[in-house]
Design a protein around this ligand. Structure first.
Ligand code: PAF
Length: 282
């Protein structure tokens, strides 16, 4: 299988996409920060079923990092990433200067109230940075469909809402989370976990599973079950454990019955992990 053509300019990307469109082909975009793993590969596999031409963007977007050290330590592995993308047509890998020639843009897409909660509470401005760069990527590539992972449930919600609110001509395709055998959701950050932290990390998905099993007994029971799974694991420092509405992404009321998303975020040493699971509260 052939490897993708790497394009690093906006103009070059627009040219290749317009040539594909002229040939009558449809386009799928998978936006990434690079450091690709099996989770990303599930996106490109699905993209092959959705469009004729697959584009993967690899761009470590500085405006969504709220801590300079996180931006610095984010792995940049372009060559290895491109190696993993056999069969993909194009990789769009612009420099920071190409995307932000005058520094962070004054014009921004704002993520609203939901953007300030959960992940947004500990990383103020993160989702404005995400939505702004996603809007730029959608404008540059102009895909028919773009894939976003369910693992980043808040991001998926906000991107889907942005596309609806701004009438952007693209369909958002959610991609299921890929997990290790013990349930840990794949993430580029897992590589930073020590052996002990890695063992402890499985309690996040265990807590979500416990919440899902207890969900029929109501929100208090689901919360207690999840907390029970997390207790006794001293390496997991819980940030939040919340049940939110899939429609609004706001926390559900204590007497809520129906579908919800259980969200969890925790720090394991210097590494922050998030996960989520759809549950039914009854
Ligand atoms: O989820 C990610 O990898 C990033 O937030 C995204 C969507 C590529 C925007 O930089």
């Amino acid at each position: 299988m052939t490897h993708p053509v790497v394009v690093d300019t906006i103009r070059g990307m627009r040219e290749v996409v317009s040539a594909q469109r002229a040939a009558g082909r449809t386009i799928a975009l998978t936006p990434t920060l690079g450091a690709l793993h099996e989770g990303h590969l599930a996106h490109v596999e699905r993209a092959a079923q959705l469009a004729d031409v697959r584009v993967v963007s690899i761009f470590v977007n500085p405006t969504q990092f709220t801590v300079a050290a996180d931006l610095e330590r984010y792995p940049r592995t372009l060559e290895a990433d491109v190696e993993k993308l056999a069969g993909v047509d194009f990789v769009f890998a612009p420099s920071v200067e190409e995307m932000y020639p005058s520094g962070p843009t004054e014009t921004k897409v704002t993520a609203g109230k939901v953007g300030t909660l959960y992940e947004g509470a500990s990383r103020p401005g993160h989702f404005d940075g995400v939505l702004t760069v996603v809007a730029k990527l959608l404008s540059i590539v102009g895909p028919d469909v773009a894939t976003f992972g369910r693992k980043d449930a808040q991001q998926l919600f906000l991107v889907t809402r942005m596309v609806a609110d701004l009438n952007l001509p693209v369909r958002i395709e959610p991609i299921d989370t890929v997990r290790e055998d013990d349930g840990l959701a794949l993430s580029s950050r897992n590589r930073f976990l020590s052996a002990a932290e890695r063992r402890a990390a499985r309690t996040l998905s265990a807590a979500l599973d416990a919440a899902a099993s207890a969900g029929d007994r109501g929100i208090d029971a689901a919360l207690a079950a999840a907390q029970g799974a997390l207790m006794g694991e001293p390496l997991v420092e819980l940030d939040y454990l919340k049940f939110v509405s899939p429609k609004t992404f706001m926390p559900v009321d204590d007497d809520y019955r129906g579908p919800a998303i259980a969200l969890v975020a925790a720090n394991l040493g210097a590494t922050r992990l998030i996960d989520n699971e759809r549950v039914h509260l009854g």
